[in-house]
Design a protein around this ligand. Structure first.
Ligand SMILES: [Zn+2]
Length: 393
């Protein structure tokens, strides 16, 4: 095993580094998996344009590969896939992961990288037209990341991160943020929880906690500096709500999938500690209190114990997604333990398909399948710049 040599303290920079031998292994595996993925995508659902399981997700992967390799063909691939996605938008959903906002935001960024500024601007203005349904007070739109307002907010913040601060104006962002805050306060008051949890959200009548459908994903977006939530609102609304979720933690260190669920079962990014950990790290950065970081590191211990999943190697509910928890802790602490653990989870992914794990429905996609595993593996080239796709900013 390469385990004990995969991370060392570098004489050059004095920081933990991944050994060249392990890097090489990972690079070779990425090439191999990209080929398998391209072959497999030939039989993928031609109508799925989404970031979550469709063409835009593959474009996001190629953008990442381009970021790491600077290889022009990767950017060209990203363009091909996102164009394919943009041809088949259906106007049904507005989020980055499952709706039209994903292809439009990724299209804007790809065109921007290629210096096609008028195509890029066109994508941004089409993206902004989606705000009408997000802001409409009588829409029954949820607030969570996959299908709701937080998933539209992510698209706006992603544009500003990738294309520059004011590409999407502050006023638009502020309106979207206000509608998310209003919705959370209104459910909280309906449920008489204004004191304990001033921002409450539900999806399909359940108050989920995890990153994909629940509170952790929504609070995480509200904590982003780019969301511009006023510090008073952060401390009066967001912070007590986060503390409320913290008190729902199981003795194991894991989090329930919803406020009413008492079985400690799922350790995924979508449900459980591997998603909540990102909220805790953001809370630490924003409120500067050690308790948040301490609990984030406790999530990491649980993920180290439980996080190699039978569900597969993906990022939504697979080993790669759990590996991102270590990367995020590494970025905030620079502790080599987390880089080592990232490498161990990556090492598991190098043996893709040999552990008898379940094969996901969309086996090559970004969130369920091989695309996400490749995305995770590619982070080892520069762990300090790692970024959980469609989620971290
Ligand atoms: Zn999942």
């Amino acid at each position: 095993s390469v385990g004990f040599i995969c991370v060392f303290l570098c004489f050059g920079c004095g920081l933990p580094c991944v050994s060249a031998a392990f890097q090489k292994k990972v690079q070779n595996k990425i090439k191999d998996l990209v080929q398998q993925m391209e072959e497999g995508l030939k039989t993928a659902d031609p109508h799925d344009f989404s970031t979550y399981t469709g063409w835009t997700g593959i474009a996001v992967l190629y953008l990442q590969l381009h970021r790491v390799s600077h290889e022009p063909s990767h950017l060209q691939r990203a363009l091909d896939y996102v164009k394919r996605a943009m041809r088949i938008l259906n106007g049904r959903k507005v989020t980055f992961l499952c709706g039209d906002a994903g292809p439009l935001a990724v299209g804007a960024v790809v065109h921007h990288r290629l210096n096609n500024s008028s195509d890029s601007k066109d994508c941004v203005s089409r993206l902004l037209t989606l705000q009408r349904s997000v802001l409409s007070p009588d829409s029954d739109m949820p607030d969570e990341l996959l299908y709701g307002r937080a998933g539209f907010l992510f698209a706006l913040l992603y544009i500003n991160k990738e294309m520059g601060e004011d590409t999407v104006d502050k006023e638009t962002i502020s309106k979207v943020v206000s509608s998310i805050l209003d919705s959370g306060q209104s459910l909280s008051s309906d449920q008489k929880k204004t004191e304990r949890c001033p921002l409450l959200y539900q999806w399909h009548n359940k108050q989920y906690i995890g990153a994909a459908h629940g509170l952790a994903g929504i609070y995480y977006m509200l904590l982003q500096p780019g969301a511009g939530v006023h510090p008073d609102l952060l401390s009066e609304l967001v912070r007590p709500s986060i503390d409320y979720v913290r008190h729902k933690r199981f003795r194991s260190g894991n989090y329930p999938s919803s406020l009413s669920n008492e079985t400690d079962r799922l350790v995924h990014w979508c449900h459980g500690a591997p998603g909540v950990v990102h909220m805790l790290i953001m809370a630490y950065k924003v409120f500067k209190e050690d308790k948040y970081l301490k609990e984030a590191s406790e999530c990491a211990e649980l993920i180290w114990q439980m996080g190699l999943l039978r569900k597969g190697y993906g990022i939504c509910h697979g080993t790669a997604g759990n590996g991102y928890a270590f990367l995020s802790l590494y970025k905030v602490t620079q502790d080599k333990k987390y880089l080592y653990r990232t490498c161990k989870f990556a090492e598991w992914c190098l043996d893709y398909g040999t552990h008898g794990c379940r094969i996901p429905d969309r086996p090559y996609s970004l969130f369920e399948g091989m695309g996400g595993t490749i995305h995770f593996l590619s982070e080892l080239a520069n762990p300090d710049a790692s970024c959980f796709p469609a989620f971290e900013l």
